[in-house]
Design a protein around this ligand. Sequence first.
Ligand code: FAD
Ligand code: 2HG
Ligand code: ZN
Length: 496
Amino acid sequence: AAAYPQLKRDPKFAQVTKEHVQYFKELLGTESALIDGINADAEDDLAPFNGDWMRKYGGQTKLVLKPQTTEEVSKILAYCNEHKLAVVPQGGNTGLVGGSVPVFDEIIINTARMNKIRSFDDESGVLVADAGVILEVADSHVGKHGYLFPLDLGAKGSCHIGGNVSTNAGGLRLLRYGSLHGSVLGLEAVLPDGTIVNALSTLRKNNTGYDFKQLFIGSEGTIGIITGVSILCPPRAKAVNVAYFGLESFEHVRRAFREAKGQLSEILSAFELMDGRSQSLVRESTGNKQPLEGDYPFYCLIETSGSNAEHDIAKLETFLEHVMGEGIVADGVLAQDETQIQSLWRWREGITESLSHLGGTYKYDVSIPLPELYQLVEDCKSRLTEKGLVGDDDSFPVRAVVGYGHMGDSNLHLNVAVRQYNKEVEKAIEPWVYEWIAKRNGSISAEHGLGVAKKDFIGYSQNDTNIKLMKQLKDLYDPVSLSYLHRLFTREMENF
Ligand code: FAD
Ligand code: 2HG
Ligand code: ZN
């Protein structure tokens, strides 16, 4: 991956020296808490921290710090603030907008060693955990007590719950369990000057002034580092069913969604969309046989989660009879056991990884009203085809244009897979794609955040007043802007 070319390193930030490293070594006490590329060549050890999941953004850090406690994070930030050392927070480094990459030479503050479950209350379902707990670990922990983590996503095996909260990740269960703005009850965070903010409430209700935690949820590390999370987990459903359908058009998918909402209502826990190309890509990369015999332009995956298996199956069967009988879905399959449930989910969750085998992927994570949701993919495909950029042989830079996503949340993932990252392709899509979304009052980032990929395009989804207010909040939390946590707003703010 190439270094991010568009931004200049801010000269007000100091270079990391051996003296700085010595301070951190003494503070953290153990070799395993630090990767030191200042005193020795540590290129190989630093590489996984310097690159992102998409191999799109390259970082140049020479120092990774892995604190274990909130106090250590506080001391690190206070020191960085005092010595004008830029930092970037990093969790599982699975973000899809380059936000966790030290695109200059920022010190990485990685939460991997902050991995303790602090408490779980099996009466209220409230989990309190360090920010660096891996999402899947948190879910298994509460699972043992009959509860479910209210967020699920394809990167669950490596992303951290602190990273999830910082990006306000949406994922596969939002339709049923809502966004983290609702389920996160409290947070502990460290401000850029080292101040520890303890808002780690476990209460559902607490109307005593401003709700600080909400500002941290989705702010991508710009106003501080989250160190602890308190989150309300719902009971784990006793009966889970998954169905996978083939459909003839996007109109049919919309009708199926309307029917699913109407007939499955309170047990519906996911309604996911996959286009035909996304499924053939998963087939090609895994070698697995597709769940249905025929080829369809659209597929959808429906999950129900309820407390009574018999009731749920009865509802689901009535629904299936209806959508098949009315010709709303062309074909379908219902998972018969947990293994089949997992294997059907892989046809949806595996798309991102299958795309990554093709080379690079330009990712657009948009929210637009349902009627036009898929039109964006068609228009993008036509545009790239007209420009002669799409084709099967090696002379064409674009290998596939696919659309999939969280239909139930009006959230589409438009992915353009390229043999390698290519300026001509990027210029053909951007800012065209953002203009397309803005014309429909959509969001240019429904769930992945701005990172470095989308920060310059914030104006397509937020007006000047909103951006100005964000800047004011940023200044309040990080008044001297010494820590590099301000980087999201550096560019566009020059206009104010
Ligand atoms: P990182 O990538 O390490 O960091 C993400 C951002 O948060 C960065 O800006 C970083 O600086 C900041 N940050 C990290 N930790 C902290 C902290 N403790 N305090 C303050 N700031 C912090 N996203 C979705 O929303 N929905 C999906 O369905 C989804 N599916 C995915 C599937 C795959 C296969 C992959 C690779 C990614 C997917 N993502 C999805 C994107 C990504 O997993 C999420 O954004 C996730 O929440 C990032 O967590 P992380 O720990 O990896 O964070
Ligand atoms: C998903 O829903 C993730 O699978 C990733 O948000 C989407 O890779 C993407 O564009
Ligand atoms: Zn998604």
